[in-house]
Design a protein around this ligand. Sequence first.
Ligand code: HPA
Length: 287
Amino acid sequence: MTDTYSQAKNAADYIRSRSPLQPKLALILGSGLGDFASQVHDSVVIPYSEIPNFPQSTVAGHSGRLVVGTIGGVPVAVMQGRVHAYEGYSLAQVTFPVRVLGLLGVERMIVTNAAGGINTRYGQGAIVSISDHINLTGSNAAVGANEPRFGVQPGSGQRFFDMTEAYSPALRKLAIAEGGRQGWALDEGVYLAVLGPSYETPAEIRAFRTLGADLVGMSTVHEVIVARHMGIEVLGLSVVTNMAAGVLDQPINHEEVMDIGKRIASQFTGLLVALIPQLGKRSAQEA
Ligand code: HPA
């Protein structure tokens, strides 16, 4: 049982042995956003260390627990923390949890992250719906022999797969409408991913702006690529924890990046708690 598929199946079977719920929706909580997991009712909390083959984060602020339960009556699997390539993990390890969630039967995924704001329209603390991404990490998580058994949704699991609608237009529309209902405008933007762990230089940020990026971060794109390979629909939400390097005349402070999550927690929670029933109750086709 050394191939990734068998390892992922083993992990999914283990999760099923701990919780009888059949989550159709998964959430990945990014840096500083892990507290959202307290919204899960009737939760079964599984430390990553107990799940066969699951990678464990080395970064403060990433708890490393899978929380299975319900939010607004919808069965969900919530990843409280993720691992990053900059920690030294392979992309197979970084995306392993998404493989497992796909095999568990998840059809939709909300991926969240902390990001630097390149677009000066955003303020610190803004929540932004990701409209598309630019992968400048230099690699792709789908590299290697294609494993068609990961194609859990109809038509997925192909060697070459479409990324035109990587961030589901239907789910983005729902999120924007919900932001409006809650009295604020959910902005959209293009997320550019770098390897990290250094923050960018001001010259890099100027270059990324020219390339069409609005947000910069060190996660998400690999998870989204693998999710799309499996046919999982994605909603991506970034929290602008800081303006990107050189935008303001001040250095970037990691503690500040972590604190912003707490400051916007009620807005973030309000949006997700309202969105989850909308994403959970409709079928993947109908949005
Ligand atoms: N750059 C890269 N990743 C980040 C940033 C940033 O400015 N802020 C939060 N994650």
